[in-house]
Design a protein around this ligand. Structure first.
Ligand code: ADP
Length: 679
């Protein structure tokens, strides 16, 4: 019974879910009770106190113990702490002072124990109040004792010495027990915390492993699906119905892929593993890649795509190109996705805070459905889609903007959004980038790279009848897809299902390029790469080897770069990506480029907005006073001085920011008559 209770008490004291103050209350209370019970008899004998006084002390201690046990059982520790502290301060300690020799005894040292008790069990305001009460009680005792010496039962000189020594020894013992307990508790909590950290790290690692292997496992079959689908899309005799289905498969496949990438990014950001890797990058090629991607999507939806790049943007900047691309693609994809008619616009310009850096300001504007004011605060929340009713039929997960925001923050940048419901939205991103070239980008002409493959009739970008390549992959379907995608380039394509098969082939045949999968059973792509490079009697020690893998992610690129691969392609891979890589690595003399239709792309001038800038000063409130003849003569674009919101149409009496103004003036589609709308 006693053992059981003792174990329960121990469990309680080491239970980390209970507050430290509550546990200290239990421990300290029992130490005090023990001290009272076991100290009462010896000190009564030594100090020659009457037995009745010793018995009172023991009874008090027992009552104290019973009350503590009761408070634990009934979960009334908070009130018990107050009751006991008040009894201690106003009854027990003063009684001790007056009956045990006042200041000439062990009482002052013992009183310190009371102070320690209060401070170890109370917290917050309660602790402050109890300390004040304690001080008042002690001051009162001292003053009363000083002016009324008769109130104090005093000791002889010998008694005072003995009592003060006993007091010191008891306090010392109590402090020893308490501090030992606290040290033990502290060590235990520390161990528990480091165990928890380890567990969390393990969980994080396992989660990352899970996501990256899930990404790998999903990419491998998608490679087959999208690859074979591309082959269907290339077929000239495919009916419109088949073509439509194939496009839908393509859309769904890409969507699935985007989802995997987003989930990977979210898990990486949450694990604090998303690193910003700054490099020197060419602004024009970054823009060209993005513009080409979005242009097509906007065109498919019948939207106008405006691109305006300030000619003063440096030609080359220093920053994380990959993440900036990701941010832009996300914002532009959303702009296209949530706009049914009108236009999507991309603006880029720079501010120059100092001679080495620029603040790159990117605006993505659309004339789409807009965002309700009450939804704006939740726009960047993970998995949060706003206005779900309206968006029900628009695919999305609510991850994109949250990733964008976190990436921008990782780059110490800022993202803001300005939106009028049912009118459109403008996302503005400001990022500090290093300047790595004194040259300016100028009037950039981006050509629509649809070129060869945009029409209904598919054509390869090159032919290379004298070239021979090897593709190594343990997945037979992937091998077939890649072979079929290159069918028509007239290259000789050999296939190997394992690293060992590949080595047998490289020993006897000379290749121009090898595409190598990474994760394969027995010999993986990296080992196979090393073996080809060092193959005795091999014919391919120095040829370009491109890793073609379902292992996505920045850390893998680093691994492949360090290994020495000449290029990196991630599955699912398109015919175009394979061909681009081959054009870059096949011997030039073996490649016959297909130039037909390469210039078919539309040229997009990107500095029109800046060319059109007009030197005017406009105050919206006075605008309507300008005579129509002057407006016409000076070609002043007029901003309607009303604000249209979902609440209705209002007169605009706020200043319009100059950037908005410039943007507005350059957008002819918004030109209106100066006639104000009637309310
Ligand atoms: P989703 O995958 O749903 O597009 P995002 O995180 O990219 O996820 O966007 C979150 C929500 O913000 C979207 O569901 C949409 O309601 C709203 N949103 C984002 N961009 C726009 C935009 N350009 N116009 C209107 N609404 C937008």
């Amino acid at each position: 019974m006693f053992k059981e209770r003792w174990n329960q008490l121990k469990e309680y004291v080491y239970d980390s879910s209970i507050s430290l103050k509550d546990r200290s209350f239990v421990v300290f209370s029992f130490v005090l009770i023990g001290e009272l019970i076991f100290g009462a008899v010896p000190s009564g004998i030594i100090m020659k106190e009457p037995w009745s006084s010793t018995l009172y002390t023991m009874a008090g201690a027992l009552f104290f113990g019973a009350y503590v046990v009761y408070s634990i059982r009934k979960k009334k520790i908070a009130s018990a702490k107050i009751v006991i502290s008040v009894i201690l301060i106003f009854i027990f300690l003063p009684l001790m002072f007056f009956t045990n020799g006042g200041v000439y005894s062990g009482v002052p040292v013992s009183l310190l124990l009371g102070s320690l008790y209060i401070n170890m069990i109370m917290e917050g305001k309660g602790q402050i109040i109890m300390n004040i009460l304690y001080s008042i009680a002690m001051i009162t005792c001292w003053i009363l004792g000083y002016y009324n010496p008769d109130m104090i039962t005093s000791y002889t000189r010998k008694g005072a010495f003995i009592d003060s020594l006993l007091g010191l020894l008891i306090v010392n013992a109590v402090i020893f027990i308490l501090l030992s307990f606290h040290t033990k508790l502290y060590t235990k909590e520390n161990e528990r915390a480091s165990e928890k950290t380890k567990e969390l790290e393990e969980m994080n690692k396992a989660q990352n492993r899970f996501f990256s292997s899930m990404s790998h496992e999903i990419r491998t079959p998608i490679n087959t699906v999208l690859g074979l689908n591309e082959i269907i899309l290339r077929q000239e005799d495919a009916t419109d119905e088949i073509r439509k289905d194939a496009r839908n498969i393509q859309g769904a496949g890409k969507m699935l892929l985007a989802l995997i990438n987003d989930i990977l990014d979210v898990s990486k950001i949450e694990a604090g593993k998303m690193d910003i890797v700054p490099v020197n990058y060419d602004v024009a090629s970054l823009l060209s890649e993005i513009v080409n991607m979005i242009w097509l999507k906007a065109e498919e939806k019948g939207l106008k795509f405006n691109v305006d790049i300030d000619p003063n943007v440096p030609e080359s900047l220093f920053g994380d190109e990959v993440r900036i691309k990701q941010i832009l693609i996300n914002l532009l994809n959303n702009a296209v996705k949530y706009t049914h008619e009108g236009s999507v616009s991309l603006y880029m310009e720079c501010e120059y805070p100092d001679k080495d850096n620029v603040i790159l300001k990117i605006n993505v504007a659309d004339t789409g459905m807009g965002i309700k004011a009450e939804a704006l605060p939740h726009l960047f929340d993970t998995f949060k889609r706003v206005d779900e009713e309206k968006n029900r039929y628009i695919e999305g997960t609510g991850l994109g903007l949250s990733i964008v925001k976190q990436l921008v923050e990782l780059m110490d940048g800022e993202i803001t959004v300005n939106s009028v419901y049912s009118q459109g939205s403008t996302f503005t991103v400001a990022l500090k980038q290093g300047i790595s070239s004194d040259k300016r980008i100028g009037d950039l002409n981006i050509s629509n790279a649809g070129g060869v493959n945009r029409g209904d009739k598919f054509e390869h970008m090159f032919k290379a009848p004298d070239a021979r390549i090897l593709i190594v992959d343990d997945n037979e379907m992937n091998l077939n897809v890649e072979e079929k995608l290159l069918d028509g380039t007239q290259m000789k394509v050999d296939l190997a299902l394992s690293g060992q098969d590949a080595l047998n082939l490289t020993l006897h045949n000379r290749y121009d390029v090898v595409f190598m999968d990474h994760l394969m059973p027995q010999m993986d792509g990296i080992e196979c790469f090393e073996q080809i490079r060092n193959q005795k009697g091999g014919l391919n020690q120095n040829i370009p080897i491109i890793v073609l893998t379902a292992n996505a992610g920045g850390e893998n690129i680093e691994l492949y770069n360090n290994t020495g691969f000449d290029g990196y392609l991630v599955k699912p891979v398109s015919g175009r990506q394979l061909e681009d890589m081959l054009i870059a690595h096949l011997p030039k003399e073996k490649v016959i480029l297909n130039t037909s239709g390469q210039d078919n792309g539309v040229q997009l001038s990107t500095a029109s907005r800046y060319a059109k800038k007009k030197p005017v000063v406009i105050a919206t409130s006075t605008m309507s006073d300008l005579p129509a003849s002057i407006i016409k003569e000076l070609q002043i674009d007029i901003i309607p001085y009303t604000v249209i919101t979902n609440e209705g149409v209002f007169y605009d009496n706020i200043d319009i920011d100059s950037e908005e103004l410039v943007r507005y003036m350059s957008d002819k589609s918004k030109m209106v008559d100066s006639e104000p709308p009637t309310e």
